[in-house]
Design a protein around this ligand. Structure first.
Ligand code: PLP
Length: 423
């Protein structure tokens, strides 16, 4: 197959998913519910008083990011396109500065709630049935209770950062298993916060496997499973609901005549998959979601194109998985997500690493917004979508809105930012 040959040669591809299933103006294809978005959002609301107490910089205790129009950046794009351009700045989510502040933090909060409720430490009012304020979870006696439990995760960097920071803030003992390509500053920052960081010479898959083995041997340890977790997925999916409100508040309509095109950088798939699920719930067929991957680590594209999902890895077709986009350096996709995307994703494309730094600099120069190389992978989607002449999805027009999901960057140290821009 022509596309597989191109993937094997690390050439860029643009693939349209013929397995897409219509879900109408809102909702999931075939009515298939994977997670309950409202339940996840309600949980995050319950935790707002706790977040506000422990992280006073988080306004109202709600971890959310701006949706910003990037007109000036649009002027730097050297080809014709139609519609307005927006950046969803998950790069600037509070606490951990990446999209992982959605799923990762959600999963650890849910664990803390489950443990506290099970031990009868979170009281409910017998009359109203309401929980006492979750701010009590920050009290020293609760930290002591949580210190009896462990959290472990395998990560290329940003998930480890999110899980490490929130677990340490709650009081859990936390270990982050990091792959070789993780940046040094992320390891340093975690160790600074009292997180145990274990480093692996191998790739991400090996770090995850080792983390999983160690956690399984210990009943007091919760393993955050980036390859299978529905809790992570649920945390990410809330983004769709919140963004629907942001668009409404900005007076932007999404319907059959005002289409939404969304470009999401993909690693193992959890973040872009959960967000896509959330977007489908509110915008249905009027939203067209595309995943972006590096040409050297196109695991989701490979899994979807071959239909083998997580049963094939980029190593199986001779690709090394090495990329400057460290958040996307993943050789095998999540099965949960790959399956969910078979009916929900409009398409995938791959991007040469060499294009990431020019985008990074152009965005910084035009808008004064810094995002990390991984987060720049989505920009190339506009070119593919604008140049597409087939009939599988409608071409963007003047009423269209394009959203680039900026997945990380605000916590990158100044020195590192400068070295990225000099590339
Ligand atoms: C994790 C991450 C992604 C992709 O998320 P997955 O859940 O691994 O697909 C994209 N960009 C950045 C910066 C990330 O940290």
């Amino acid at each position: 197959m022509e596309l597989i040959k191109r993937l094997t040669d690390c050439e860029e591809i643009f693939w349209i998913n013929r397995g897409y299933v219509s879900c109408g103006a809102a909702g999931q294809p075939n009515g298939e519910q994977i997670v309950d978005i409202d339940e996840a959002e309600a949980r995050l609301l319950r935790f707002a008083p706790f977040i506000e107490r422990v992280f006073p910089e988080v306004e109202g205790g709600i971890i959310e990011s701006p949706l910003t129009e990037i007109k000036n950046f649009g002027n730097t794009i050297g080809y014709p396109f139609r519609g307005r351009l927006f950046l969803k700045q998950d790069s600037h989510l509070p606490i951990s500065g990446s999209v992982k502040a959605r799923g990762g933090i959600y999963e650890v909060l849910k664990l803390a709630e489950t443990l506290a409720v099970k031990e009868g430490l979170l009281k409910r009012d017998p009359v109203t049935g309401e929980h006492e304020s979750y701010a009590m979870l920050a009290e020293p006696r609760m930290r002591e209770f949580f210190s009896n439990y462990k959290v472990a995760v395998g990560s290329t960097g940003n998930l480890g950062l999110s899980i490490g920071i929130i677990s340490a803030a709650i009081g859990f003992k936390v270990t982050v298993h990091m792959s070789a390509d993780a940046r040094q500053w992320k390891k340093d920052m975690l160790r600074d916060k009292g997180v145990t960081v274990v480093e692996y010479p191998d790739d991400y898959e090996a770090a995850v496997a080792q983390g999983r083995r160690e956690a399984e041997a210990d009943p007091a340890c919760h393993f955050v499973d980036d390859e299978n977790s529905k809790d992570l997925f649920a945390g990410y999916s809330v983004a769709g609901k919140r963004m629907a409100k942001q668009l409404r508040d900005m007076g932007i309509t999404v319907d059959g005549k005002h289409r939404l095109y969304v470009y999401l950088p993909c690693g193992v798939g959890g973040a872009p998959g959960g967000v896509t699920y959330g977007i489908k719930e509110y915008f249905g067929d009027n939203a067209y979601c595309f995943f972006a991957e590096p040409t050297h680590a196109p695991c989701m594209a490979l899994g979807l194109i071959t239909g083998r999902l997580n049963e094939i890895s980029v190593g199986d077709i001779g690709i090394d998985g090495k990329t400057e986009a460290d958040g996307l350096a993943v050789g095998r996709p999540s099965r949960l997500v790959a399956k969910a995307m078979q009916t929900r994703l409009t398409g995938c494309f791959t991007v040469d690493d060499g294009k990431l730094y020019p985008y990074l600099t152009a965005l910084n120069d035009a808008e004064g917004i810094f995002i990390e190389p991984s987060a720049c992978a989505g920009f190339e989607g506009l070119k593919h979508v604008s140049g597409y002449e087939g009939s599988e999805f409608p071409a963007p027009d003047e009423n269209s809105v394009h959203i680039f999901w900026a997945t990380g960057g605000s916590m990158v140290p100044e020195k590192e930012k400068l070295s990225f821009m000099n590339r």
